[in-house]
Design a protein around this ligand. Structure first.
Ligand code: ADP
Length: 587
């Protein structure tokens, strides 16, 4: 109870009253005692004026000096205020013993004032610490008149003051408790109200009414609180709306979504994902085990802590469905990785369509081969008999176009056999350096014919590679042909080769027309040509790079194209260097 502000305020009031009364009492005590001491001294000095001193001196000379002195002092006792509390004494000046006095005491403490008087001075020193006040005056050489006041009057006054202060203190404390209690309530009550409302708002009741009384600090606090509540309310509504929207989207989207926490447990799954993967009890799923079962080589710890990869793409096959899964890590506000989200796309139909499309292309290509061969044979035969210039020219065009058609059919058949994994490859160890020298030599003639310069810059040593020589040659020839095709007269094509760690690299660089960033993204697509007219004119099919990519991937290598539009293009091919024994065993 005493921890509440209300009681703390009451306590403060009480302590304040006590402090005030204490200071007041002490100050009063000091002033009253100073006043009494002062008036005693004044009274004594006044009493022992020349008149009394003179009379005392002459009495001291008389034969019954002691009796005379006593008599004079008795006469003056009214003026000196002699009473039961204040007495006079006649002391022996030499010994300080009591010879006579207004009471019967015959032993007195030898005070500083008595000692002063014995030394011939007036003893009028007031010592506040002593329980009495005294005054000593030497008379002649034999006596000392000594006045001693027991301070009874001071003590009495003090007692009365203490009682008054004590009573005032008690009344003050009583009033301060009552006043403090009611005054502090004016502060604590609105705070209490606000606290209750805050608790109800925390429980989601944003419509709790808050009364604003006055414009003081608490009033301002209440206004701010009302404003804050309205802001929270609108934010919460917005969040709830967003949440609803997301949940609806989640529920009805055709793509599956599963969120896993770092413990590999499912924290969210939508109906599409459940349906796609036929999940009955998602609580039992554990990320690594589950995706291992589906044939995806993926490990959550690796994604979160080692690779820190933000996205991974895997293909899963389950229940006759073909599913593409995208794995993305997600973070909390503090940039701490908190799990993985898997987005699933059912690509079964798309894949079937793609297979049919490829089959169709393969069939058409096959069917076209026979008419194409016939057209070529007949055209060549006709050319042999042709007489007129025009006839020859037309037949030349037909033969050129039929050759292009033959190239397209060849490329298409190559691609479809690659798609169907029916392509036979002949792997062997061979020198890449030698192959590049051969290609450079062969292509230099073509380059020179087109007014280009083709040069090869090998690094000091290039290890042999284990690959299908023909295919690698086809890829390099294709890339170099492109470099020649898409470079202007006087262009320069450079081939660099070397090795880094366990890979050989071949870099084919030209200073030709370049490719824009937008086109670069699609460059490996089948039939994608940046400038169709130029490609066609130069005998291109738009399939060269698609085949090159397939061939290189067949060798577990990579092919990348980098280009600056208008400046030139750089193609980088990387191939693994296998351990000789390992190569023979595995490939
Ligand atoms: P194509 O038979 O048309 O050359 P490719 O698949 O070999 O087909 O290349 C695809 C397209 O990429 C080309 O049509 C061309 O526009 C572009 N390209 C390829 N290599 C280069 C290069 N070195 N410089 C500029 N553009 C290039």
């Amino acid at each position: 109870m005493f921890k509440s502000i209300q009681w703390k305020l009451v306590l403060m009031f009480v302590l304040l009253i006590i402090a005030v009364m204490l200071v007041f009492g002490l100050f009063f005590q000091y002033r009253i005692s100073a006043f009494y001491h002062n008036s005693f001294l004044q009274a004594m000095r006044h009493s022992f004026s020349n008149e009394l001193t003179g009379q005392l001196q002459s009495a001291a000379q008389s034969p019954d000096s002691l009796g005379e002195l006593d008599k004079i002092l008795a006469i003056y006792s009214g003026r000196m205020g002699i009473s039961s509390n204040r007495n006079y004494y006649i002391l022996d000046k030499k010994t300080g013993t009591v010879l006579a006095g207004s009471d019967n005491i015959n032993m007195l403490e030898r005070s500083d004032n008595i000692l002063a008087a014995m030394a011939g001075k007036t003893g009028d020193f007031i010592a506040q610490r002593l329980p009495y006040m005294d005054y000593a005056v030497g008379v002649d050489d034999s006596y000392i008149v000594y006045i001693k006041d027991k301070k009874e009057e001071i003590f009495e006054t003090m007692r009365t003051i203490y009682i008054i202060v004590g009573q005032a203190l008690l009344i003050g404390i009583g009033i301060s408790i009552v006043l403090g209690f009611f005054l502090s309530r004016t502060i604590t009550r609105p705070i209490g109200n606000l606290t209750t409302k805050a608790a109800s708002i925390a429980n989601g009741n944003y419509d709790a009414k808050i009364e604003i009384k006055g414009n003081d600090e608490i009033g301002k606090l209440a206004t701010t609180f009302v404003y804050m509540t309205s802001m929270i309310k609108s934010s919460m509504e917005e969040i709830a709306q967003e949440k609803n929207k997301l949940e609806t989207m989640f529920r009805y989207m055709t793509d599956g979504v599963i969120a896993f926490d770092v413990e590999q447990k499912v924290i969210h799954i939508n109906p599409a994902a459940k349906d796609m993967l036929r999940i009955k009890n998602e609580k039992k799923l554990v990320f690594d085990d589950y995706f291992a079962k589906l044939g995806a080589d993926i490990c959550m710890a690796q994604m979160l802590y080692i690779d820190q990869q933000s996205t991974l793409e895997k293909e899963l096959e389950t229940n006759d469905r073909h599913i593409k899964a995208y794995f993305v890590t997600f973070k909390t506000d503090e940039e701490k990785l908190s799990g993985v989200i898997v987005v699933l796309q059912d690509i079964t139909e798309a894949q079937q369509l793609e297979i049919s499309r490829r089959e169709f292309v393969a069939n058409v290509s096959h069917e076209l081969r026979t008419p194409q061969t016939s057209i070529k044979t007949y055209s060549e035969t006709l050319q042999a008999f042709a007489r007129g210039e025009d006839e020859k020219k037309f037949l030349n065009v037909i033969i050129k176009e039929v050759d292009r058609m033959a190239r397209i059919i060849r490329d298409l058949l190559t691609l479809s056999s690659l798609d169907n994994k029916k392509y036979s490859a002949h792997f062997e160890f061979f020198s890449l350096d030698e192959l590049l020298r051969d290609v450079t030599e062969k292509m230099s003639i073509q380059a020179e014919k087109n007014h280009r310069v083709l040069e090869y810059f090998p690094s000091t040593s290039i290890p042999d590679i284990y690959a299908d020589r023909d295919k690698i040659e086809q890829v390099i020839t294709n890339v170099v042909t492109n470099a020649i095709k898409y470079t202007s007269d006087g262009g320069k094509i450079e081939i660099y080769a070397g090795y880094l760690y366990n890979e050989v690299y071949i870099k084919i660089k030209d200073n030709g027309i370049g490719i824009t960033k937008k086109d670069l993204l699609r460059i490996f697509e089948r039939f994608y040509r940046v400038d169709k007219a130029r490609s066609r004119e130069r005998g291109g099919t738009g399939l060269g790079l698609a085949i090159a990519k397939n061939f290189i991937e067949l060798h577990d290598g990579t092919i990348k194209i980098d280009s600056v539009y208008g400046k030139g293009t750089e193609v980088l091919i990387q191939l693994p260097i296998p351990n000789k024994d390992e190569g023979e065993n595995t490939l």
